[in-house]
Write a protein that binds this ligand. Structure first.
Ligand code: BG6
Length: 477
């Protein structure tokens, strides 16, 4: 590990900094995973002195840090605050000098963009103008929060801007789902065992389902959400990343580029999604929220059926769904295997012989469950679905799973980009969702807006999407 690094957070008075970044950095600090001489410099427009900012962060850390808080004061001594307008060129000279002041010969810096997205470009430009984007005595890296672009075109132009200032190898585009232990484990499960990969294809798999359901509604985020909607907010990033991890080919080694090459290949192989294979919906009370436009047609729920055009997956439906105001928070991926080719048992009663399912419970109740058929005792030929279940809590202990941001911050500080999106990946993701969003706008009758009750599993149309192929949604979590 390097001996020193400075982490500069733009957007330091925001929610993400309080809830995730400062707690994540504190946890890394107490685990001894930050460089010895590390400093954190926060910036936003609000005027705070260093001490006022430390007090504010202390208060939030007391709320959001779940581990031992006894070293908070020691940690907060490494925290600094520089108020200023990021559009103002002169501000950067002051910041550069300030950081210089505690750098000890090496100058390693991680810039974290956690501001409103419209400020990304001015920050990039000013970092370049002030020369803060490179150094002869250390590294420079930049972390960029989502949303990365508003559509394919804006994502491309943001990529161009980023590349005017930083080389791709210096850029860390965040998708916090990739920092989740359970999402990382998909690859370990697939590629460090021998028994699943041989059947991980169209010959044995009937279909795959990815559900990211949220119990929360849009709440106080309505202003942002109404301009975004579930496709941009959840599908473009989190759901497509889960799809890529589930369906990608094995990389030759566990290295950022090898991994991302395979992901991009997979995303590029997704066939354009037909509008009749999409469902968009809004929960009933959405339009009553402050910040939502009258007559808004922003979807808070969507479901898709898509296909991947390659030898492994041709013809296998992938069903993806996500929504707000659903009955429970659950993110899971279920792989539904085909039923046995020949049925020698005479199935009694109503239970149909089901194919096996394998479910990755991304959150909560993190684990992996394999469902198989077993003979019911004391029957002639009746079977029952039974499960082999691995739970993180039982196996690794309570609280063994760190916050996604902790992992991602550590990787950015140590220079491992494997869990971050590359420019071609981001563009491939937009290439999938952009035509759907445009299709909904330009051809509204092809997939009309549906409505669903709060705390329900979404509209009937989403059930019909699966029923057309005799499938149904599965929730194991
Ligand atoms: C964010 C979205 O990226 O992910 C939010 O902007 C969503 O709308 C959140 O609530 C879900 O993340 P998690 O980790 O709670 O599943």
């Amino acid at each position: 590990m390097d001996n020193s690094a400075t982490i500069v957070i733009f957007g330091a008075s925001g929610d993400l900094t309080e809830r995730k970044l400062i707690p994540g950095l504190y946890n890394l600090f107490i685990k001894g995973r930050l460089p010895q001489n590390f400093n954190i410099v926060g910036n936003s427009r609000t005027e705070y002195s260093h001490d006022e900012y430390r007090d504010k962060m202390k208060e939030s850390a007391q709320k959001f840090v779940k581990s031992d808080q006894s070293r908070l004061d020691e940690f907060l001594q490494r925290l600094w605050y520089l108020p200023g307008n990021v559009k103002d060129e002169a501000f950067y000279t002051g910041m550069d000098d300030f950081i210089d002041g505690f750098e000890d010969g090496t100058s390693n810096r991680l810039y974290y963009l956690s501001t409103a997205p419209f400020l990304y470009e001015p920050i990039l430009e000013n970092l370049a103008i002030s020369g803060m984007n490179h150094s002869n005595n250390g590294w420079r890296r930049i972390v960029i929060e989502k949303p990365f672009g508003y559509d394919l075109q804006t994502a491309k132009s943001l990529n161009d801007k980023v590349h005017d200032t930083f080389d791709e190898r210096q850029v860390y585009r965040i998708d916090h789902y990739l920092g989740k232990e359970t999402a990382q484990n998909i690859l370990f499960f697939r590629f460090s065992n021998t028994i699943f990969e041989p059947i991980w294809n169209r010959n044995y798999i009937d279909h795959v389902q990815i559900t990211v359901a949220e119990q929360v509604d849009v709440g106080r985020r309505a202003g942002y959400y109404d301009t975004s909607g579930v496709m941009r907010d959840m599908f473009q990033n989190h759901l497509l990343q889960l799809l890529a991890l589930t369906a990608m080919e094995p990389p030759t080694c566990f290295d950022a580029d090898a991994l991302r090459n395979e992901k991009v290949k997979l995303l590029q192989a997704v066939h354009p999604v037909k509008l009749e294979n999409t469902v968009r919906a809004q929960y009933h009370s959405y339009k009553t929220l402050d910040g939502v436009e009258d007559g808004s047609i922003t979807p808070t729920y969507a479901a898709l059926k898509l296909f991947v055009g390659n030898w492994r997956w041709e013809g296998v439906p992938f069903y993806l769904r996500s929504g707000k105001s659903m009955p429970q928070k659950t993110s899971e991926i279920t792989v539904q295997f085909k039923p046995p080719a020949h049925m020698m048992f005479r199935i009694e009663h109503t239970e149909k012989m089901a194919g096996n399912t394998l479910t990755f419970r991304i959150q909560p109740n993190e684990g992996i469950e394999l469902c198989t058929q077993a003979k019911q005792p004391d029957t002639a030929q009746k079977t029952s679905t039974v499960s082999m279940d691995f739970g993180y809590d039982e196996h690794f202990g309570h609280n063994a799973i760190p916050e996604a941001y902790e992992r991602l911050l550590l990787d950015a500080v140590t220079g491992d980009a494997a869990l971050f999106s590359r420019s071609d990946g981001i563009e491939a993701q937009w290439g999938i969702v952009d035509p759907i969003i445009q299709g909904w706008e330009n051809n509204p009758d092809a997939s009309p807006m549906a409505y669903y009750d709060e705390s329900s599993w979404g509209p009937a149309e989403a059930d019909d999407l699966l029923a057309r192929a005799s499938h149904r949604w599965i929730v194991r979590g």
